[in-house]
Ligand binder design. Sequence first.
Ligand code: ADP
Ligand code: MG
Length: 319
Amino acid sequence: MANEFDLIARYFSRPAPTGFLGVGDDCALLPVRPGFQLATSTDLLIEGRHFFADVDPSTLGHKALAVNLSDLAAMGAKPVACLLSLSLPQADADWLKGFSDGFYALAKETHCPLVGGDTARSPSGITISVTVLGEIQPGKAMLRSGAQPDDDIWVSGTLGAADIALRLLQKKLPDNATLLAATRSALERPQPQLLLGQCLAGIAHAALDISDGLVQDLGHILNASGCGAQLDYDALPVDAALAGLPLNVQQEAVLGGGDVYQLCFTAPAHQRDYILAQAQSVAVRVTRIGRITRQRGVLIKDSRGRSITPPSMGFDHFA
Ligand code: ADP
Ligand code: MG
């Protein structure tokens, strides 16, 4: 099969837009608009850790880019370009075709051309590293440190589906083909909230994307901002697919489940109507789920005022 250079030429050398120098030289060259800041982020996906060895390569290509774009979305940045580094045990043509098609499809949809990367053979297992580059106007980026007491806390989309799909695939929940069919795309084909993020830039005080679980990730905003939060459990946008599941299973998925790639953000109450209108203009559901408090810690209550103890929370690679 192909050597390294054939492989790159065959699967990862689709032309970059005019004004870009893409794959093929020692560096890519990107146009940078005057007056903008460059936003950049990188994420690793490791076989057996972040994805199952037998996952459909096209959905994996999509997800590898999606999780990175989600970081740009969380800052409010607009994609400019991306880089892809691959370490593969062998050059499997079917896998490479599927993976590159899935990757390029999302790159095209989000105007984030692939302009370079690296390719190497791995002794075992696939490792994928994607780096995204984006642009944003100075002062507009949504940092984790900007939340203020009395801000509303918002979340986009729905919660819990990806976690349920993961637990079904891991056989940690009893087999249920209907439930898997209803939740699988949340896990395998997350849609980065780029347009919403760009609408919120300059409006929201703080934001991040939920990769490790709502409560854990919200905790990053609270730590960085030096405040706490009160959440209304009954306001949370529980994914409709979870309806028939026991309450404790739903709660764990909604509060602690990772791989969500929705935005959690805080904003002053006077922006409510504006935020709802902006979200509607980009056809994304947003829900107000609580408020930022001066008092540290996270308090979760249902609408009858009963406290809910968050389940063992979030994901930590070195826990
Ligand atoms: P270098 O010797 O500088 O490391 P390489 O021979 O590794 O360059 O890569 C040749 C070209 O192909 C470079 O432009 C590099 O950015 C690009 N490239 C390598 N692997 C990938 C990949 N997986 N996806 C996109 N571009 C890649
Ligand atoms: Mg190289």
